[in-house]
Design a protein around this ligand. Structure first.
Ligand code: FAD
Length: 370
């Protein structure tokens, strides 16, 4: 019997496990392949301001709260695990190519100003001064000094090490069902035949969170993203570049020693794992348009994974319709950014029984009452 059984050992499941174990709870995480879900694909952008979208103001506040915690979270995690997480604080540049792209940049900037978000509109010349490897055809830019990035895979490795060091038990098996007795979740049933009996169960299966036997219906769906990793980009970019290339979005995120992530497609295709010629073509084409030097880099990896999408693009945090089952899922395109705040609010709920105020707008209740 464990205090907490967590289904899923992606960034979210492990961060919750680590924080819960720090509170003195006994924690078991079940995952047959930790870190191979969306967390393996993520570009690692920590970008509440450049991701800000109309109608998502509550999500923006949660994202900002998480970003505020990132520096301390990363430092504590690096100390606990002895592993680097690759936090980069060089900021983000958003650039546009044609008149429509620049109009979209201006609209984004107006919206950011309306919300009091720090962003600086740049001339084409100033844009290229910030990132000299940008093409001279860039028509304008927006600098957001506070939008950072982290190496998502390094972060996962550090969380796994820190969680284990804090006493978390990691079971390499698939979850077959949430075990239910007397109208409440009492543990996890494993594909291998065993069970993990628990006081509370946390569902952190990312895009696969809906449809698990025993789990009440959940509004989580897979949103496919194809993404590329390139090598040899030492010194090419100082920070993240996000671009609108004739209406199409592409981003370039430097990581590690000379690594560059180029992403990402957004596709409603269920759990389709295919990396398509068209997907890779469009991403490379647009990345090379923005930073011509990309053409010289080595393409080392292509990958498709699924963002855990919800109808309002915000996560599901806190109690579910099934007593004893806590939700930590649906983080969609912001799961890396939202890792620290999710871990804190869910660990608080597990320890005290109270969901912090900050997370209350993100319970599944918001969908039930519509
Ligand atoms: C292409 C792409 C780019 C992205 N870029 C960013 C970004 O720049 N910034 C950002 O903040 N977010 C980004 N995201 C979103 C982010 O990756 C996710 O929101 C986040 O990784 C979700 O983490 P998770 O732990 O909930 O899910 P996952 O990482 O998917 O973890 C779920 C875990 O559950 C396990 N699992 C599933 N089913 C079972 C089962 N039945 N039994 C046992 N284990 C099971 C899997 O093995 C996996 O380890 C991106 C996502 C994609 C796809």
């Amino acid at each position: 019997m464990t205090d907490v059984a967590i289904a899923g050992g992606g960034l979210i499941g492990l961060a919750v496990a680590w924080r819960a174990a720090q509170r003195g709870l006994s924690v078991t995480v079940v995952d047959d392949a930790p870190g191979t879900g969306a967390s393996a694909a993520a570009a690692g952008m920590l970008a509440p301001v450049t991701e800000a979208a109309y109608g998502e103001e509550a999500l923006l506040r949660l994202c900002q709260a998480s970003l505020q915690r990132y520096g301390a979270f990363a430092a504590e995690l690096e100390a606990a695990s002895g592993l680097p997480v690759g936090l980069r604080t060089a900021g983000t540049l958003v650039v546009g190519f044609d008149a429509d792209d620049v109009a979209a940049l201006d609209a984004l900037h107006d919206y950011q100003r309306e919300l009091g978000l720090p962003a600086e509109r740049l001339t084409p010349r100033d844009t290229r001064r910030r990132e000299p490897s940008l093409t001279p055809r860039v028509r304008g830019g927006l600098a957001v000094a506070g939008d950072h990035s982290v190496d998502g895979r390094a972060l996962h490795a550090a969380l796994l090490a820190a969680a284990i060091a804090a006493g978390v038990h990691v079971v390499a098996d698939r979850v077959a069902a949430v075990q239910v007795a007397g109208g409440r979740a009492t543990g996890l049933q494993l594909s291998g035949g065993g069970t993990v009996d628990a006081g509370t169960v946390v569902l952190a299966l990312g895009a696969e969170s809906a449809g698990l036997p025993g789990v009440p219906p959940l509004p989580v769906r897979p949103v496919k993203g194809q993404i590329l990793r390139l090598a040899g980009a030492e010194g090419l970019l100082s920070g993240t570049v996000r671009a609108l290339v004739r209406g199409r979005h592409v981003y370039l995120v430097p990581y590690g020693a000379g690594g560059l992530i180029v992403g990402a497609t957004v596709e409603d295709r269920g759990f389709d794992p295919t990396v398509t010629a068209g997907g890779v073509h469009d991403l490379l084409h647009d990345a090379i348009e923005v930073v011509p030097g990309v053409t010289e880099l080595e393409l080392v990896e292509t990958l498709a994974r699924w963002r855990p999408g919800t109808a309002d693009n915000a996560p599901l945090l806190g109690p579910s319709a099934l007593p004893g089952l806590v939700l930590a899922t649906g983080h969609h395109r912001n799961g890396v950014l939202l890792t620290p705040v999710t871990a804190d609010v869910i660990a608080e709920l597990l320890f005290t029984g109270e969901l912090p105020e900050l997370a209350v707008p993100f319970t599944v209740e918001r969908f039930v009452h519509r």
